[in-house]
Design a protein around this ligand. Sequence first.
Ligand code: DGY
Length: 418
Amino acid sequence: MKETIEIAKEVLKNNRRSGYTLPTNNKLYPAQWNWDSAFIALGYSYFNIDYAIKELETLLTGQWNDGMVPHILFHDNDESYFPNHKTWECGNKIPSSGITQPPIIATIVKNIVDQNKLDQGQMKRMETIIKKLKKYLDWFYNYRDTNKIGLVSIIHPWESGLDNSPIWDSPLDKVKIEENLKYERRDLNVSKSENRPLKKDYDAYITLLNQFKKNKYNPNKIVNESMFNVIDIGFNSIVIRATKDLIKVAKKFNLNFSDLENKITLSEESLIKFYKNEEQSFFSYDFKNHSLIKVDAISNYFILFADLENKEINNKIISKLKKYNSQKEYFFTTVNPKDKTFEETRYWRGPVWINSNWIIYQGLINKDKNFSELLKNKTLELLENKKFHEYYNFKNGDCLGANNFSWSAALYLDLKFN
Ligand code: DGY
């Protein structure tokens, strides 16, 4: 039987197109996705460093002039995906979506640089990547931190990467759906409807997209006028970690990003206010409608990844995480099974996802070694038994969503070799 490591490499190589890699080859996502590509690059770094660097370079070729890196780049004229380049009608050099995704790329670049001996040419290419990432993080602070508190807003659930997480339910309920909205979903042709977002979610997704398009994706306008504006714990944790990691990796290239350092102090001070003692938890904030979103979702625990300088709070979060569902055969579910919004097999409302385990694992390593090892071994075991799928049922490990899923393969390699 082929070793899982070899299968993981094959998944990545088979999903590779010219200079970038599809999230899966089963037609569900026929383009390049922002955070998928970052995870994929980390996977390549274990067997083909040039593929890794190229993946990142291709993604950053689509960076907008203002610094934003889009959540999707449409490299060809494929129209089998909805919404495709014809719906979005935007992009710089490469047709793209008009919103972004979690900037996990900065942490991944730091990991790749730290773990590899790069030659001069590769170092030069990495330096260019790092400069573009500085522009990307500046974009977040310039355009999405409208209160200047060091925390950024997302203006569409797709920006979170956790499309139909119940965290978005109450903010989405308040989005006024466009009248006579017309569109045709394509995801249901290649995926089971019981695993995918609902029609009411898509109605809101497309209403928001159309509003941004009408505003020509002007970054000031769309952040102020969006009917959806959430200060999300998971997203901000990734941004803070990205900021810290970018500063660190830049030093290796004699680049001084000290202006970002002030952001970290401010961000941490602001973020801590979203910790609620009663529930021993962080909660995201619906900035548009001024309310706290009390859903027990795994992304609230991404706060560990932010590496806050607060041992007491970190310990409380870890002890709560231990009760979340790590006593089960497969964990972590994306939503706590005890939360009323939990759905066992629907996308980001319950199933186990490998990237969210990876983020939590990275957050635990320097805080609770034993627990981090348990999570790592359980995740490796799941992948070795079931191979590389989009997400998994926590009760029996059943494979859900797309197969040959790139980031599951890529992160397997990282967990295995680290
Ligand atoms: C999808 O189409 O399901 C994607 O997650 C959107 O980014």
